[in-house]
Design a protein around this ligand. Sequence first.
Ligand code: ZN
Ligand code: ZN
Length: 269
Amino acid sequence: MIKTDCHLHSTFSFDGSSDAESETVRAIELGLDCICFTEHNDYGIEDGGSFVVDTPAYRDNIIRLKEKYSGQIEILFGIEAGLQPTENVFSYFSAYLKEWDFDFVIGSSHVVNNVDPYFPEFFDDYADDDAACRAYFEEELMNASMYEDYDSYGHLDYILRYGSSGNHSFTYEKFADVLDPLLKTIISHGKCIEINSAGFRKGMDQPNPHMDILRRYHDLGGLPPTVGSDAHASEDIAADFDRTARVLLSAGFGSYSIFRKRIRSEIPL
Ligand SMILES: [Zn+2]
Ligand SMILES: [Zn+2]
């Protein structure tokens, strides 16, 4: 059983609905050994899409919770950095990540050209869902090629949660010309990818990323993924982790990765 959840949002994130203490209590009830909060920092999105967590307040609260629940659960201090392939965003994160002593940094793509695929109108700009997916993966390839200050690339096929048919018509082969260089770049930089169990809750019968991406990442020599539920509410903490463990095993992994003070270690499945 996976007893570590390294992708959690609380009310410190704009879209979190449970406070961090309730989530901590829930994680203890579930018997987890360790949780890592990874609140949003989506700096530099145009048209009002940016959100930057109140980092001083967030960090103070982590310190308080660590003390209060010491001996019951390990609590880690992480961030989900919303990556965009611009010098402005990369230099911002380079400075921001030097300023704060995070345990774990997820680099995630939440937008393509400043628009989040969460919004149905995102897809209006593309001929079909496959064209939108291709644009999303191409932007991730730019991010991964230009920027290395992250530990694990989050929900690599986040876009498959959305669109009218994206996750039903996905095949690795269709996008191999972009996904292969993306995975190879991540691997060659010594980074992990994440297995994010929210895909199961978002109408996919897959985690993010899709099993076929995980399998290819494994076969290319990728490090064991990090694991997170991407919960924004207490009830989703560690959701579908049994299915997630089965997917990891069937992709060929015998362990998963966890970061403390940006240093990776492995936990057997
Ligand atoms: Zn995300
Ligand atoms: Zn997230």
